[in-house]
Write a protein of this length. Structure first.
Length: 346
């Protein structure tokens, strides 16, 4: 087995922080589990990746690693592909969970149930590990195809730009990780720990995206009474009506403005308003709402009548209930801070 030509301590450190950060992401996703089953899939993905990376580290640095522990790592590996593919599928194409999807987890569950019986020479080195790697590459290619189809299909369900970057990074990064394991054992081209080491910057990039966009783990409400059927003309007409309400009645100025408030004003059910905003306007509700608030703040920051008004006062006046939230959304929308924007506009 080839190993990277790095100092052992540095190699272990990089792989270790990748596993640790992946565990943190799993815990974070678990705290959001009540909001949507997709977060349960995301929790499972990050958890099994953590276990797989830990197994890789132990395999290289602990010569007495018990076989049952190695088998747990392989079982986790088998669960990583299905959990990510299903997460991507349900994020890009929202729908109710289907019980038939449990079939994807059967191989990983069977491996987990036989951790005390499978041996290295009798199973893994006799074709078992090769089958596992091919199995995961198939799921990775399916994830890439799914993401690519959605990305290039203009008529598909719309998601925010942040969600596109998030799902794209997940799919591309995990495919690279799976390929590096495949390349090490099947092709004999790459070092064994290159996968965990390359995964380290990816997992921190994903954490950064989630920190900047916490709404990534908050999904639009699913309509439980059947699919929503609106023509393109009806969708656009409803979207224009919602935008008109926001602009004329300035609902966004109320700090307590919610999807329910907007739905009552539009005389539409909340799930339908959420569907229209997501699919006709390509935004989630928080981004839609705060977009109006940011535009109102930009107007006041540029207007001479508000030059002596404190930025905090402007933030509260346009509907934000905290300065930190205002600063985050303002910089995301404009690329600069409110104070710098005011100076530049003066």
């Amino acid at each position: 087995m080839r190993t990277l030509r790095l100092q052992r301590e540095l190699e272990l450190f990089i792989a270790g922080i990748a596993a640790s950060q992946s565990l943190f992401m799993a815990i974070y996703s678990l705290f959001e589990r009540k909001r949507d089953f997709r977060n349960v899939l995301l929790f499972l993905f990050f958890l099994v990746i953590t276990i797989r990376l830990t197994k890789s580290i132990l395999w290289v640095y602990l010569e007495t690693t018990p076989v049952w522990l190695i088998n747990i790592g392989f079982a986790a590996h088998a669960l990583s592909g299905p959990s990510l593919l299903l997460y991507i599928w349900y994020v890009l194409y929202p729908r109710e969970w289907s019980k038939w999807q449990w079939i994807h987890f059967v191989p990983g569950i069977l491996l987990a149930l036989t951790i005390h019986t499978l041996s290295l020479d009798g199973f893994w080195h006799s074709g078992g590990y090769s089958a596992l790697l091919f199995h995961q590459m198939i799921y990775s290619m399916a994830g890439l195809a799914l993401f690519g189809f959605h990305f290039f299909n203009a008529g598909g369900p719309k998601i925010s730009k942040a969600a596109v970057v998030w799902t794209g990074a997940l799919v591309l990064g995990t495919t690279l990780l799976q390929f590096l394991y495949f390349s090490n054992y099947i092709l004999g081209l790459t070092p064994y720990l290159l996968g965990p080491i390359v995964y380290a910057p990816l997992i921190y990039f994903l954490a950064f995206l989630l920190f900047k966009n916490p709404s990534l783990l908050k999904y639009k409400e699913l309509h439980k009474n059947g699919s929503i059927k609106l023509s393109e003309v009806e969708m656009q007409k409803a979207a224009e009506n919602i935008k008109r309400l926001m602009e004329q009645e300035q609902l966004y100025l109320d700090a307590n403005c919610t999807l329910t408030v907007v739905s009552k004003a539009a005389k539409l059910p909340p799930y339908l308003v959420s569907h229209i905003i997501n699919n006709a306007l390509g935004k989630n509700f928080p981004d839609f709402l705060n977009g109006y608030r940011i535009e109102a703040a930009k107007f006041k920051l540029k207007h001479p009548d508000y030059q002596n008004t404190k930025i905090a006062s402007i933030a509260y006046d346009v509907g934000f209930n905290s300065i930190s939230a205002f600063n985050i959304f303002f910089k995301r929308a404009t690329g600069t801070t409110p104070s710098k924007y005011r100076l530049k506009s003066a």
